[in-house]
Design a protein around this ligand. Structure first.
Ligand SMILES: C[S@@+](CC[C@H](N)C(=O)[O-])C[C@H]1O[C@@H](n2cnc3c(N)ncnc32)[C@H](O)[C@@H]1O
Length: 194
């Protein structure tokens, strides 16, 4: 669902932030859904750093006018393990929208081909493993009061569980003090300390 990040606005407005310690992190940079520009605006207003991580450099070339963004070209699980611990910051807002999820069909073949180009054997299970690895690496650096926004993570009707990119992230966050504050539009938002 395009623009899922916009559903986080009411919860973002309830956060209190610390300019000295906080940062915003997006994993999965702009692909014309607008999230990178949205979180950049928030970080400019709050005067805190905004890191956006992606395996490709192309989004960076389309946003040269936004000079507040800290672009990082790396696999999300690698960056969160190797770089995040060196920043000495706490994540106030985390947007997870990267390793693609697809239902069977022609679209899946296109995705598989583009991932194979990077030597990644694309699969939906791979998407869940990658997003969960990112979240495991981020949890020690999440602010006590913080928001995790998960796109492409729908509720499975009648099961009270989630599938999609962050299907494994949701129970992991519930184990770490987060509560589900929003479900809909093909995604889920969790908050702690609100
Ligand atoms: C759905 S798009 C992100 C859309 C974006 N949030 C927006 O609002 O336009 C997914 C992005 O994840 C990136 N990606 C795929 N696998 C990744 C990984 N393991 N780590 C980081 N980024 C990844 C892709 O290159 C792509 O740019």
């Amino acid at each position: 669902m395009a623009n899922f990040h916009l559903n986080s606005q009411p919860y973002i407005e309830q956060l209190s932030y610390n300019q000295a310690t906080d940062m915003i992190l997006e994993i999965g940079s702009d692909q014309n859904e607008g999230s990178t520009e949205f979180f950049n605006g928030l970080s400019v207003n709050w005067e805190i750093p905004f890191y956006t991580v992606d395996v490709i450099i192309e989004p960076q070339h389309r946003f040269t006018h936004l000079d507040h963004i800290i672009w990082q070209v790396e696999t999300g699980s690698v960056w969160t393990k190797k770089v995040l611990p060196t920043l000495n910051k706490q994540i106030k807002v985390l947007y997870l929208d990267n390793y693609d999820w697809a239902n069977p069909g022609p679209n899946a073949d296109t995705i598989r081909t583009s991932y194979a180009f990077r030597n990644v054997d694309w699969s939906n299970m791979g998407s869940q493993v990658e997003h969960l690895a990112q979240m495991i690496n981020c949890v020690p650096y999440m602010a006590d009061q913080s928001l995790v926004i998960c796109d492409d993570t729908p509720l499975v009707a009648g099961s009270e569980t989630y599938t999609g990119k962050c299907g494994a992230v949701v129970p992991y966050l519930l184990c770490n003090g987060y509560k589900i504050v929003y479900t809909g539009n093909n995604g889920v938002i969790l908050a702690r300390g609100l």
